[in-house]
Ligand binder design. Sequence first.
Ligand SMILES: Cc1cc2nc3c(=O)[nH]c(=O)nc-3n(C[C@H](O)[C@H](O)[C@H](O)COP(=O)(O)OP(=O)(O)OC[C@H]3O[C@@H](n4cnc5c(N)ncnc54)[C@H](O)[C@@H]3O)c2cc1C
Length: 262
Amino acid sequence: MKIVVLIKQVPGTDNVKMNPETGTMVRTGRDNVINPLDENALEAALRIKARHPGTVITAVSMGPPSARKALKEAVALGADNGVLLSAKAFAGSDTIVTARVLAAAVRKLGEADLILCGERATDGETGQTGPMVAEMLDIPLVSYVKHMDVGEKGVLAERIVEDGFELVEVPFPCLINVVKDINEPGFPSLRGKVRARDVDLPAWGPEELGLTAEETGLTGSPTRVVKIFTPKLSRDTQFYKHDGSGKAIGALLRFLGEKEVL
Ligand SMILES: Cc1cc2nc3c(=O)[nH]c(=O)nc-3n(C[C@H](O)[C@H](O)[C@H](O)COP(=O)(O)OP(=O)(O)OC[C@H]3O[C@@H](n4cnc5c(N)ncnc54)[C@H](O)[C@@H]3O)c2cc1C
């Protein structure tokens, strides 16, 4: 079985910085990590491999050259190999272009039975990429999966819905996006770390993927960030000290009346 796991490198902090001029995220930090849900996706792939010997797991990441580190971590965790999708032309890609590039890479890798990804990335958080990749590859998608049984021909997946869960059966090839509850990711082994140190990770750009410059990056992205700003939180706090005269209660009632709370 061939499994592709989509791995995004994200800032390892909640303090995501934005470039106010371009409306894009600043991704030059050194504390970048694998998107936590993508670790769950990789762990799901590793568990499938444990039950289906001969399975090959390929981690794929689109990002700046530093995303190579995330792929190495994936190999240390047990992925067989990885591909970095990186080029200047990819800068400024929105979710459609990200999905286009990822889908082109899956096509180039050829004959993937199963594509696994996280439900969402902790930085962009749109949750659009996985479903878009499935649409572009014209394969079934099962989202919000918290459990799956993988057979020879397809997957029986338990997906979370508002009032419980649904059981969905899909044939290969298909794309599954997973939620945190699906498993507890493992740790890299010593052997994995040694493999990761020596592994050769190819880097593909638009040419290798058969994409034109117009189809990628900011040029190929229909999304326009019109304005980006940090919301200003201000509190209009007033203190009314109780002195037994009733003035404080009167003042408080007046204040709440002015604010139309009462
Ligand atoms: C106009 C515009 C310009 C942008 N410019 C840039 C830019 O210059 N540089 C930049 O890094 N981002 C840029 N972004 C953000 C970028 O488009 C998103 O980060 C990306 O499309 C993924 O969306 P998301 O973070 O919401 O992921 P989600 O859709 O929430 O992620 C779901 C899952 O998809 C997979 N996935 C998502 N992204 C990747 C990836 N890159 N590689 C592998 N798997 C992935 C993971 O498995 C993840 O768990 C830009 C966005 C816009 C709107």
